[in-house]
Design a protein around this ligand. Structure first.
Ligand code: COA
Length: 174
């Protein structure tokens, strides 16, 4: 039996006992530099994985955002900051956290989820496919940009086909 537990916290409200571990994990894998972070994305659900000693071994941020496709608006699930502590990698923890985000998205009627991957191979078995859509988004430098984002992926969470064409994210690409 895998002793890993998946916990969800709304509105970024991670309990104090996990906060330092989460920060250390994110700084370790993403090379975070407080000074380089200009814009914080909106409130979102933090999903963390903890081991049997209640130590944080994984993190994922799940966002719900109202975005614009070419002919309509829709709520979109967005997944970011996926990280697993090195010694716990390749045990299905990222996959479990993604599944948990999908459950959350489906509960609120979201039909599609997207993410921007460094390594697209990680997400294929969770149902993600390469996205060919142009994306209009706010970059960390404060400028709006439009292009086909390398590593962008979508997942159909229902029987609704993923739309073609431009997506206006109306905010940061997380
Ligand atoms: C990428 C990362 C989050 C994967 O976490 P993990 O808990 O080890 O992932 P899982 O064990 O759930 O594996 C999920 C899938 O990804 C694959 N995978 C995991 N790490 C991989 C890697 N480095 N290269 C290629 N595939 C990988 C697994 O084989 C699995 O595929 P499968 O379901 O088809 O068998 C973790 O390696 C990490 O934190 N890396 C540093 C941070 C990072 O790069 N995060 C963003 C990635 S876009």
């Amino acid at each position: 039996m895998c002793p890993i537990q998946i916990l969800l916290f709304e509105d970024r409200k991670i309990p104090d006992k996990y906060r330092e571990d989460v920060q250390a994990l994110l700084e370790g894998v993403f090379d975070y530099d407080e000074d380089s972070i200009k814009f914080e994305p909106e409130a979102h659900t933090k999903i963390i994985a903890v081991d049997s000693d209640d130590k944080v071994v994984g993190h994922l941020a799940a966002y719900v955002r109202e975005v614009e496709f070419e002919n309509f608006s829709s709520s979109l699930g967005m997944i970011g900051d996926v990280a697993t502590v090195t010694q716990f990698q390749r045990r299905g923890i990222a996959k479990k956290m993604i599944e948990s985000a999908h459950v959350l998205f489906r509960k609120v009627g979201i039909k599609h989820s997207i993410l921007f991957a460094y390594n697209t191979g990680v997400y294929k078995s969770s149902g993600y496919k390469t996205m060919a859509n142009e994306v209009h988004f706010l970059d960390q430098d404060g400028n709006w940009k439009t292009f086909v984002y390398r590593g962008s992926m979508f997942c159909e969470l229902s029987d609704h086909t993923w739309p073609k064409g431009l997506i206006n994210l109306k905010g940061l690409a997380v």
